[in-house]
Design a protein. Structure first.
Ligand SMILES: N[C@@H](CCC(=O)N[C@@H](CS)C(=O)NCC(=O)O)C(=O)O
Length: 193
């Protein structure tokens, strides 16, 4: 069985990379030269025809056709969580993981990265998240998991991409970012972004 994660420098590939580092899942890292446009041509477009990273390929004779290939960071995270991370063991657990990964990649990402949404949506989402993150507990159950990876990766982007945003009204968000930055697996994944 081999897992290969395709990504680029400073790309969203750091999210599934963080998850695999955190869970001790063995993988090969294939860094594409995004500046040179390597992601927009073959052979990579045979994995993601949209020419975006991250993408994941798993090769295993036990898989239908011997292989699974995926794009979209959320789909990759959820696959890893279920197949290799010991998560999503029931329909309810799977749905909760999907809820948080979709919240992160759709609702939270849009509130952060679409400027017209930021003013209206950002304070609203941060206020609720700040309450939910009080105490530093994982978002689902008692162990760090895919929901924390997806949501906290975006929160930790805040000081990187938006250093001008004042986070002092959200002390639990600030504590979560600080705790994330201290995690060795996060440092390993982000250090090689
Ligand atoms: N929704 C996608 C977004 C993928 C995406 O936009 N990736 C960026 C890097 S973070 C990319 O490949 N950009 C290069 C391009 O669009 O040419 C995901 O979460 O995987």
């Amino acid at each position: 069985m081999t897992l290969t994660l395709y990504g680029g420098a400073r790309s969203r590939a750091s999210m599934p990379r963080w998850y695999m580092e955190e869970k001790g899942i063995a993988y090969a890292w294939h860094q594409l030269d995004l500046e040179a446009g390597e992601h927009r041509c073959e052979p990579f477009t045979r994995i993601n025809p949209f020419g975006k990273v991250p993408a994941l390929v798993e090769e295993d004779p036990g898989l239908p056709g011997g292989r699974v290939q995926l794009f979209e960071s959320g789909a990759i995270l959820l696959y890893l969580a279920e197949r290799h991370g010991g998560e999503c063991r029931t329909a309810a657990e799977r749905a909760l993981a999907q809820q948080w990964v979709l919240f992160a990649n759709a609702t939270l990402a849009t509130a952060l990265f679409v400027p017209s949404n930021r003013e209206r949506e950002f304070p609203r989402l941060m206020t609720v998240l700040d309450g939910l993150l009080a105490g530093g507990h994982p978002l689902i159950g008692s162990d760090w998991g895919v929901a924390d990876c997806a949501v906290n990766a975006y929160l930790a982007y805040l000081p990187i991409f938006f250093p001008q945003i004042d986070l002092s009204p959200y002390p639990n968000v600030q504590a979560t970012i600080a705790a994330t930055q201290q995690r060795p697996a996060y440092q390993q994944a982000m250090g090689q972004r």
